[in-house]
Design a protein around this ligand. Structure first.
Ligand SMILES: Cc1cc2nc3c(=O)[nH]c(=O)nc-3n(C[C@H](O)[C@H](O)[C@H](O)COP(=O)(O)O)c2cc1C
Length: 333
């Protein structure tokens, strides 16, 4: 920031009087990449990038002024984060996403960004501000050896993003990456994939009764019970969201899957975790949706996720058993 007025005395005790140059020097000095983009112009052109963003991307601010930041994606456009971000921008809401981006020299980095709308006094969105950091960089600082192994993993997700902090199971993003990977090999080898989706019944009521920390402890315990049932190296167990846990199994005995899931339901019940608002036993219970498929050449992994979640929704509804297998309709057949 070369503007000499930035050095004019500022009464820092009175934020309402802070000058634009003063505030700008704060942005310029921030350790995190910060950009400001116009909201109303096509492609949300960039109007400001701080020094940390220049370091992050290798581009000087002058090269980015007026540009749409999708340039940082290069030709790597098929990314979940992109769709998520676009929807949030269209809705005018904030979004936190992780995307593969490319510096000016072509090297890849994992850009974790939080994009927030900025409104004028009438409430209209005039700009979006983005806060960016290279999560790979943070990981490198934490553990150089871990970084090397992260680079070898499918999709290259950093270590801290592979594990769900609460349960120690696979995090959703990593589970999805591995599911897609397994999906492709099952397509090639005409193998069956089985997805089991477990949900803790009335977890919200449990949290309301005993508090969130107790709910978290309950979920951790159930995650242990469920993952203990999937011991084969080829099995994969991950936390989907809230009280939902997914398990992906290969080459399962199709006739035995429902019985296997019922065994897990029973083991959960045997934990005798008291839940005064759970009927009829007043213990914590789970419901399970199961979907099995031999992936066809043109099918996407989403079909398996959707079928399992539809079966789970039925398992959770009153009158259904705790274990429900997906039917043809759930697969859209
Ligand atoms: C404030 C702001 C910051 C952004 N920063 C990045 C970024 O660093 N990297 C990136 O790949 N996309 C970034 N984007 C997103 C792209 O500009 C674009 O909105 C996104 O790719 C979705 O649109 P598309 O599907 O038309 O490409 C940013 C968008 C805004 C509004």
């Amino acid at each position: 920031m070369n503007d000499s007025s930035a050095n004019a005395p500022v009464d820092t005790a009175a934020p309402g009087t802070w000058t634009v140059p003063f505030l700008r020097s704060v942005l310029d000095a921030a350790p995190e990449g910060i950009v400001i983009c116009e909201a109303r112009a096509d492609g949300q052109p960039l109007v400001y990038a701080n020094a940390a963003f220049e370091r992050l991307t290798g581009y000087a601010q002058g090269e980015l002024l007026g540009a749409d930041l999708r340039v940082l994606q290069g030709s790597d456009r098929e990314q979940e984060g992109r769709a998520c971000l676009r929807q949030a921008l269209e809705r005018g809401s904030s979004a936190r996403v992780l995307m593969r981006n490319y510096r000016k020299d072509g090297s890849q980095f994992w850009n974790e960004m939080l994009v927030e709308p900025v409104r004028d006094v009438t409430g209209a969105i005039t700009h979006f501000v983005g806060f960016h950091r290279d999560v790979g960089e943070r990981e490198r600082a934490v553990n150089e050896r871990e970084r090397a192994s992260a680079a070898r993993t499918i999709g290259g997700l950093p270590t801290w993003m592979r594990e769900d902090r609460l349960t120690g199971l696979c995090a959703r993003a990593y589970f999805e990456e591995l599911l897609r990977h397994d999906w492709l090999s099952a397509q090639r080898e005409t193998r069956t994939l089985t997805l089991l989706m477990f949900d803790v019944d009335a977890l919200g009521a449990y949290n309301d009764t005993f508090g969130r920390p107790a709910g978290d402890a309950c979920l951790r315990r159930l995650a242990g019970v469920i993952s203990a049932a999937f011991r084969r190296g080829s099995d994969l167990v991950g936390r989907w969201e809230g009280g939902t846990i997914c398990a992906l199994a290969r080459n399962t005995d199709q006739a035995a899957v429902a019985g296997f899931a019922a065994g897990i339901v029973q083991r959960v019940l045997e934990q005798r975790i008291h839940h005064p608002r759970s009927l009829p036993d007043k213990y914590v219970t789970i419901s399970v949706g199961i979907a099995m498929i031999n992936p066809g050449p043109k099918q996407q992994a989403e079909i398996l996720l959707q079928a399992a979640s539809k079966a789970l929704a039925r398992a959770r509804s009153a009158g259904a058993g705790p274990v429900v297998e997906a039917n043809d309709k759930d697969f859209g057949r």
